[in-house]
Design a protein. Structure first.
Length: 133
């Protein structure tokens, strides 16, 4: 399960804001993976949980989702280990590599202005890449 519990700030009464109706929408397509790629594999929908609210996102077709669920998928990382051979010494090392647990492509993203407004409205830190654009 892709999970993110820190996407939102708390409401004035201390409760987590679980209402995604005001989120910008982003269209993504989750990759269908072979069944031998572990528990993340196969064609099953991916459960994504943000602040106690869960949605199932289907694979292999474009899905328009609230932005906070995209952020959770972006944060769902696993470490794979791969064998790398040093060409000069011939020595082989096993090195870690972080990859998305649930690989996806962005089909259509909201505008930077829309994202900045959303981050600002919720009292969230605006990511540097949005400010540089």
């Amino acid at each position: 399960i892709a999970r993110r519990d820190d996407v939102l700030t708390r409401l004035s009464d201390g409760r987590l804001d679980t209402d995604s109706s005001g989120d910008p929408r982003i269209t993504i397509q989750l990759h269908a993976l072979s069944k031998d790629s572990g528990p993340q594999g196969g064609n099953r929908p991916v459960p994504v949980n943000v602040n106690g609210v869960q949605m199932l996102i289907e694979r292999a077709k474009p899905q328009t989702i609230p932005y906070r669920f995209y952020l959770a998928l972006q944060d769902a990382i696993r470490t794979e280990w791969e064998s790398v051979k040093d060409e000069t010494t011939g020595k082989e090392d096993i090195l870690p590599r972080d990859v998305l647990s649930f690989p996806f492509n962005v089909v259509q993203a909201p505008s930077n202005a829309e994202l900045i407004a959303w981050f600002t409205k919720g009292g969230r830190r605006i990511p540097d890449h949005l400010l540089a654009a």
